[in-house]
Design a protein around this ligand. Structure first.
Ligand code: ADP
Ligand code: ADP
Length: 228
C-alpha cells in the first residue's frame, strides 16, 4: 500500500529531516508513528500527502511512485487518502452536514450520491443528530468526529492522522480511537502520528519509531517507548 524506498528529505536550510528511510505499510495496517519532537514525523506525513518532495528516494502508494506523479494526477492521489489533524480544520461557516458534503462536492460526486452517503457516514461516527449544527456548537470530540467523517466519506484507502487526539481529554480521545479502530476494521489502512503514550500502549498496534530522521523501531504490537 505504502512503500518508502531509500527516502531522504533535506530541507533547504540544511536540516536532514529523514535519512534514507525504508518502510512498508500494508493494506489494512494500523501504524502509529512515534518519536521525540523534531524526529521527522511531520516530514514523513507531509511526504505521504505530497505536500513536500523527497530529496532522494521513491514513495510508492498503491503501486504508483508519487514522486513522479504529474500535477494533473495529484487529485487522484489525494482521493486515496483522508487526513485528520489535531486542530480539526473544519469550515466554520458550514454545518456538520455541509462540511462532510463539501468533501464529496470537491470530487464531483453526484447530488444523489451525496444525499445517500453523508447521512450514512454521520451515523457511523455517531453524529446524525448534529447534522445541522455548526462546528463552534460542538465539543472537541464531536468536531474531531466531523473531521473523521469528512476524511472517510470518499472511501479512501488510507486514513492519515496527525495527532488526532492532541486537543482532546483522555475519555474523548479514547472514543476517537475506538472510531479509528472501527474504520480500520472495515479495511482502511491507518497511519497515525501521535504523542499519546497511553493510547499507543493500550491499542497494541504496529509502532514505527523515528529518531533523528531514522527509523529506530518497528514492532508489530509495539509500545510508545518514551516518557514524555
Ligand atoms: P517532528 O514532526 O517529529 O517533530 P519534523 O518532521 O517537523 O519533526 O522535523 C524534522 C526536522 O526537520 C527538525 O530538525 C526540524 O527542525 C526540521 N524541519 C522541519 N520543517 C522544516 C522546514 N520547513 N525547513 C527547515 N527545517 C525543517
Ligand atoms: P465536552 O464535555 O466533550 O467538552 P461540551 O460540554 O463542550 O462537551 O458539550 C456537550 C454538548 O453540548 C455537546 O453535545 C455539544 O454539541 C453541545 N454544545 C456545546 N456547546 C454548544 C453551543 N454553543 N451550542 C449548542 N450546543 C452546544
Amino acid at each position: 500500500m505504502i512503500n518508502f524506498i531509500n527516502v531522504t528529505k533535506q530541507y533547504a536550510k540544511g536540516a536532514i529531516a529523514l535519512s534514507n528511510i525504508n518502510i512498508k505499510i500494508d493494506k489494512g495496517d494500523f501504524a502509529f508513528i512515534v518519536g521525540p519532537s523534531g524526529a521527522g514525523k511531520s516530514t514523513f506525513i507531509k511526504l505521504l500527502l505530497k505536500e513536500i518532495e523527497p530529496t532522494k528516494g521513491k514513495i510508492i502508494i498503491d503501486g504508483i511512485d508519487i514522486t513522479k506523479l504529474s500535477l494533473r494526477k495529484i487529485p487522484y492521489l489525494r482521493r486515496k487518502m483522508g487526513v485528520v489533524f489535531q486542530d480539526f480544520r473544519l469550515l466554520p461557516n458550514k454545518t456538520v452536514y455541509e462540511n462532510v458534503a463539501f468533501a464529496m462536492e470537491i470530487i464531483e460526486a453526484s447530488p444523489k450520491e451525496i444525499r445517500r452517503q453523508v447521512p450514512t457516514i454521520l451515523a457511523m461516527v455517531g453524529l446524525s443528530n448534529k447534522a445541522k449544527m455548526y462546528p463552534n456548537q460542538l465539543s472537541g470530540g464531536e468536531q474531531q468526529r466531523v473531521s473523521i467523517a469528512r476524511a472517510i466519506v470518499n472511501n479512501p484507502a488510507v486514513l492519515i492522522a496527525d495527532e488526532p487526539t492532541g486537543n482532546l481529554d483522555p475519555d474523548t480521545a479514547w472514543e476517537i480511537m475506538k472510531l479509528m479502530k472501527q474504520i480500520n476494521r472495515r479495511g482502511t489502512t491507518i497511519v497515525m502520528a501521535t504523542h499519546a503514550k497511553e493510547i499507543v500502549d493500550l491499542m497494541q498496534q504496529r509502532v514505527i519509531a523515528i529518531e533523528g530522521g531514522r527509523i529506530v523501531r518497528d514492532d508489530k504490537k509495539g509500545v510508545y517507548g518514551y516518557e514524555d
